[in-house]
Design a protein around this ligand. Structure first.
Ligand SMILES: *Cc1c(COP(=O)(O)O)cnc(C)c1O
Length: 403
């Protein structure tokens, strides 16, 4: 196979438009609902409730603002500790800090790359006073929900589900975004469907949904003038953005099918290499395959050293590392990414408590599951507009790294 750089860059994951989006944007324009009120907003809220199976959906400016509202609903107060997924995007954790809370980071398990129930159980032993847990489903793979929900229930804790990456994924036939007391989804530009931006707070609690509608529109009281009793936010989704989401929603299953095909082609292409694809529970879950990721077996890792801002490696026969693979992909104009760098390794959160299933929550362990997956794993180009030929070239480039 001839390997030369792609003329058009193959991205990690970019928006895929279909045409309906522009019609709904135009409708917003022509009817002059160029605002945070309008038919597109009402319709996307209805469609998401129908798809996900929740009672209420409140359209907001982003997944992050939805998580912020969820943390507020959960009643997190300054100084309160909150258990959070450790290996994730920082938007899972930051909203806890917006409310003055202290994220306690919970290590990762190897079966789904999500929060480890054993570490969560340990965390409740160490911090029995904790009342809120924020759980992300990484890369569109549902976490161990039975175990995590049972632990939260046992300790009377509220579960906030960060389903920003997992829209359309299900656990035992039920969609993610319905397991949390409060859940968040995202329509950021790189997600499985997009509004260019946007997000939603999902819940079955009517009072909670009503609170978020109020808070997200500056917390105006019902009075003839601007009357405020509570702190407000300008977090509502625009009707123009909602038009994009409305045009995208009918294509969710199609996007998932494309992403699944990408995952399976990688799996097949790497089947004789010392690597594994990002794993999921094949009996209980159907992922949305948002990003295809791989992890290199320990025995096939060459030396790799990562500082805070740069990485080095020493290539070896038969061995490689994420840094080398990402470099080789960049050389052919393809975009991969390291795995989300765990929050406990981030300068901003490095002094927060971090609980592993063995650790004591105070002293930092040398190698946690999260740090290990970050060390050996990477996200592969997963754009649903990537052709089978482009993917075949990418697979060949990765294979060559192991020669
Ligand atoms: C994208 C993402 C978010 C934030 O969503 P935005 O819409 O970008 O604010 C939160 N958590 C995770 C895990 C994400 O991937």
């Amino acid at each position: 196979m001839e390997i030369k750089p792609f003329e058009n860059k193959v991205w990690l994951s970019t928006p895929t438009m279909h045409g309906e989006e522009i019609e709904y944007i135009k409708e917003a324009y022509e009817t002059n609902w160029m605002s945070t009120v309008g038919a597109n907003i009402n319709e996307v809220e209805r469609l998401i409730c129908e798809k996900v199976g929740c009672k209420y959906a409140v359209a907001l400016a982003s997944g992050t603002s939805a998580l912020h509202m969820a943390v507020k609903l959960a009643g997190v107060k300054p100084g309160d500790k909150v258990f959070c997924t450790d290996m994730t995007f920082d938007a899972t954790v930051n909203p806890v800090v917006y409310e003055g809370g202290v994220p306690v980071l919970i290590d990762t398990e190897y079966d789904t790359w999500n929060m480890d129930p054993a570490a969560l159980e340990k965390a409740f032993e160490l911090y029995p006073e904790v009342k809120v847990c924020v759980l992300a489903h990484l890369y569109g793979v549902p976490a161990k929900l039975d175990e995590i929900m049972a632990i939260c229930k046992k300790h009377g804790a509220i579960l906030i589900e960060d389903a920003a990456e997992s829209l359309g994924a299900s656990y035992k036939g039920v969609q993610t975004g319905t397991f949390g007391d409060f859940s968040a989804i995202s329509f950021n530009g790189n997600k499985i469907i997009t509004g260019s931006s946007g997000g939603m707070l999902l819940t079955d609690d009517a009072v909670a949904a009503q609170k978020v509608r109020k808070w997200s529109t500056q917390a105006r009281d019902n009075a003839p003038w601007y009357q405020h009793t509570e702190l407000g936010y300008n977090y509502r989704m625009s009707n123009v953005i909602a038009g994009v989401v409305r045009g995208q929603l009918p294509h969710l299953e199609e996007h998932i099918a494309q992403k699944k095909a990408i995952y399976e082609r990688y799996k097949e292409g790497f089947k004789d290499l010392p690597v594994k694809m990002n794993p999921f529970d094949e009996e209980k879950t159907v992922p949305n395959y948002w990003l295809s990721c791989m992890i290199i077996d320990e025995t096939a890792m060459c030396m790799q050293v990562r500082g805070d801002l740069e990485a080095h490696y020493v290539t070896e026969k038969g061995r490689t590392c994420p840094t080398e693979i990402l470099e080789k992909l960049a050389e052919i104009n393809a975009e991969g990414r390291p795995i989300w760098k765990p929050m406990h390794m981030q300068p901003i959160y490095s002094s927060n408590p971090f609980v592993t299933k063995e650790g004591d929550g105070r002293t930092q362990v040398k190698i946690s599951a999260g740090a290990d997956i970050f060390e050996r794993g990477l996200c592969l180009p997963s754009d649903n507009k990537m052709t089978a030929h482009e993917q075949a070239v990418i697979i060949e480039v990765v294979r060559k790294c192991f020669e």
